[in-house]
Design a protein around this ligand. Structure first.
Ligand SMILES: CCCCCCCCCCCCCC(=O)SCCNC(=O)CCNC(=O)[C@H](O)C(C)(C)COP(=O)(O)OP(=O)(O)OC[C@H]1O[C@@H](n2cnc3c(N)ncnc32)[C@H](O)[C@@H]1OP(=O)(O)O
Length: 216
């Protein structure tokens, strides 16, 4: 996969931030507010929060945003211009309200690392992170680890092992690291651990060096 000018551990310093940290921009502020709404909706008192009025106001906001939306094809071109995936993806994208969003940094040993505390919208079992959310996060983190390692690709297989329930409302560390590259086949591993070092989820991924063309 053509990585353009993405940083790698051989060309960049330990601690290089690989994702787009939230900026002081209207889109980042609006998306952070939307994220807050999604979280608050799950926490609010369903009987007394006047949710009919909330629905009306949120629909009016959605109407306004849709009125200003260009054609999907145009928007896709815009999304994939320049910095690309890191602004809108569902794991690290500050412009995507479903992303926590996680900031990832690249380390000089070739691994990538980030910290996140997940809340209600990411719940699976009571008080714990949904297994699909863990897989989503790790798939993406492995993709970024591959870019940092110097050769990236499409996920062909993701083997997920759930060692213990992953807690919500606690800081978690996510890591990824490219282990080997054989021709187009890339093997990458990653994990989600608690602050005291307990491994909750570990993954092994097989990526194939291939790319879907960018819209233009
Ligand atoms: C630095 C920071 C920047 C961050 C930017 C980046 C962040 C990005 C993060 C985003 C992260 C998100 C990531 C996402 O969400 S990626 C989205 C999820 N993944 C997909 O949608 C992939 C869909 N599948 C495909 O497109 C194709 O099947 C691929 C491309 C995978 C291979 O089709 P292709 O036609 O190209 O390959 P080939 O058939 O010539 O085979 C080639 C070799 O590979 C072997 N093989 C193939 N498949 C498998 C398999 N499943 N298990 C085992 N082996 C497999 C095959 O046997 C052969 O081996 P050999 O016979 O040569 O020995």
């Amino acid at each position: 996969m053509d990585l353009g000018s993405h940083p790698t551990f051989e060309s960049h310093d330990d601690g290089t931030v690989l994702t787009s940290a939230p900026q002081d921009a209207p889109v980042d502020r609006a998306t952070a507010a939307a994220r807050r709404v999604v979280d608050a909706m799950l926490r609010t008192d369903r009987a007394n929060a006047n949710l009919d009025r909330v629905a009306e106001e949120l629909n009016s906001i959605a109407d306004h945003l849709e009125e200003h939306a260009p054609a999907v094809a145009e928007r896709l071109i815009d999304m994939w211009n320049g910095e690309g995936v890191t602004r809108h993806d569902p794991v690290t994208g500050p412009e995507n309200a479903i992303a926590p969003p996680i900031v990832l940094e690249g380390l000089s040993d070739g691994s990538v690392r980030g910290e996140v505390t997940l809340t209600m919208p990411y719940q699976g079992p009571p008080g714990c992170v949904h297994g699909g959310v863990s897989a989503l996060i790790l798939d993406h983190v492995l993709g970024v680890a591959n870019a940092w390692g110097g050769q990236a690709g499409m996920t062909a297989q993701l083997n997920v092992r759930y060692h213990r329930p992953t807690p919500l409302f606690e800081p978690l560390t996510v890591t990824g690291r490219q282990m080997s590259v054989e021709g187009r086949k890339i093997n990458t591993v990653g994990s989600i651990t608690t602050a005291d070092g307990e491994v909750c989820v570990s993954v092994e991924g097989l990526f194939i060096d291939a790319a879907v063309p960018r819209p233009r």
